[in-house]
Design a protein around this ligand. Structure first.
Ligand code: GLY
Ligand code: MN
Ligand code: MN
Length: 444
């Protein structure tokens, strides 16, 4: 089912070529897929490879290492677990070094057990070692490799003279998506939009939040996204005011809103969509007012997306719309200009406007933030981000009672194009009319 969405080996070869071009002459770069994580006793979480490793080769098994050797020539070597009939009967098939070269397009593949020896050997031939500094285990192994080479100095071997962080180099590449990546992200968004539709149709007074979560997971999986890209947030009523609410264990009530922040992961790529809608299928008057305000602010931000734009400038656009709206609803009081200047809306819009999106839901890539935490990086074609304004008015807020317990976020996924933007989130109902029209179908 998901085969159509998998990237060809040539895509990974092209990524490695770009990374080789960034490495100084005489370098070795080592990146690892990671270990399986125990859930309890002898059961594990489903394995998710380190996304920097995955980005460079697409290999999905634990314990693997990828070596990029830039010497007289450029060579990519995959170190992976050997075939093992007994282990494979119990735990599943392994690719093995024999098939890895043809299946993953690397230059060579060796058994994991020979990996350390190969690294030590290569380190006596190059000047620079690159590893991801967040990989604590590798950071303790690297000096050991270097001291092993140093131990052989008397036979003429010299260790690499410095260790540098590989992560920023890989992550800058990840920030700009290729056409093949955008194609997958469109699919991830489409199937996630279908899941949001299904959730709207399934919502009903008395149902538990986790029952709606089950509908989302079902729709993800039948469309090829076996897993959610992150734990789904299914937050009825005041639970929406807990930003990363994932307990999902309370009952829904007519008259309240349901905020769902959920996206499937397809071929490693995340969708990250939020919709907020009434459990009853019809917004109340106060819910409508806040919802339309959040939507207006989101549309204003999206409309301004183009190369050269910044998240910081989009934040200003959103804050202006929200502040004016909150003043006209009587929730904020005072001079609009001054309130905008003082970012007064931040009392109710309590998180950032958006983030990069890709293999990770909060994807990698430098935001070029200044000391005021303004994100000043100019957009370029191929960047993908979320735009997710929200307003959160908890039950204990000091406002008119009619607003209390309303928490609304609306989140779409946007790609920057040559002249503007493409909204990847095309089929998750978003206007008040579209939501109410779809939910009315529950009665038929
Ligand atoms: N799903 C988490 C977020 O929107 O950032
Ligand atoms: Mn998000
Ligand atoms: Mn989200």
């Amino acid at each position: 089912m998901i085969k159509h969405a998998l990237l060809p080996a040539s895509e990974f070869t092209a990524r490695r070529a770009k990374l080789f071009a960034k490495l100084p002459a005489s370098s070795l770069l080592v990146v690892r897929s990671g270990h399986e994580q125990t859930r309890s006793n002898d059961t594990e979480y489903h394995f998710c490879p380190d996304k920097n490793f995955f980005y460079l080769c697409g290999f999905q098994e634990p314990e693997a290492m990828l070596l990029l050797l830039k010497g007289d020539t450029e060579q990519t070597i995959l170190c992976c677990r050997e075939k093992d009939p007994l282990q494979e009967i119990w735990h599943g098939k392994r690719v093995g070094p024999g098939a890895a070269v043809s299946e993953y397009g690397v230059d060579d593949a060796i058994p994991l057990i020979d990996g350390d020896g190969a690294i030590v050997d290569y380190l006596s031939q190059v000047k620079h070692l690159f590893v991801c500094f967040y990989d604590n285990e590798l950071m303790t192994m690297a000096p050991e490799w270097l001291s092993q080479v140093a131990g052989e100095r008397r036979v003429g071997k010299k260790p690499a003279s410095n260790i540098s962080d590989a992560a920023p180099l890989i992550q800058e590449l990840r920030l700009i998506k290729s056409n093949a990546e955008l194609k997958i992200m469109r699919q991830a968004n489409e199937l996630s939009g279908k899941a949001h539709q299904r959730a709207m149709l399934a919502a009903a007074d008395g149902k538990f939040e986790y029952q709606i979560e089950a509908e989302l997971l079902h729709e993800f999986a039948v469309n090829g996204a076996r897993f959610a890209a992150y734990n789904s947030i299914v937050a009825g009523g005041d639970n929406a005011n807990i930003l990363h609410y994932t307990d999902n264990n309370e009952q829904l009530n007519d008259g309240e809103l349901l905020l769902i922040d959920a996206g499937g992961e397809l071929a490693g790529y995340a969708a990250d969509i939020t919709r907020t809608f009434p459990v009853s299928g019809e917004f109340t008057v106060p819910q409508k007012a806040i919802y339309q305000l959040v939507l207006d602010s989101q549309l204003a931000a999206i409309e301004a997306i183009k190369p050269g734009q910044t998240l910081s400038a989009l934040n200003d656009i959103v804050c202006k719309v929200l502040t004016e709206g909150l003043v006209s609803l009587g929730i904020l009081k005072g001079d609009v200009e001054e309130l905008v200047q003082n970012k007064a809306c931040k009392q109710y819009f309590i998180h950032g406007l958006g983030h990069w999106l890709g293999l990770d839901v909060h994807d990698v890539g430098d935001y070029q933030s200044n000391e005021k935490r303004q994100q000043l990086r100019a957009f370029e074609p191929g960047m993908v981000m979320t735009i997710e304004p929200g307003l959160y008015i908890p039950m204990d807020a000091d406002v008119d009672e009619k607003w209390r317990g309303i928490g609304i976020r609306i989140e779409d996924n946007i790609a920057v194009t040559e002249h503007g933007y493409e909204n990847l989130t095309v089929n998750a109902p978003k206007t008040i009319d579209d939501i109410e029209r779809l939910m009315a179908e529950r009665l038929n």
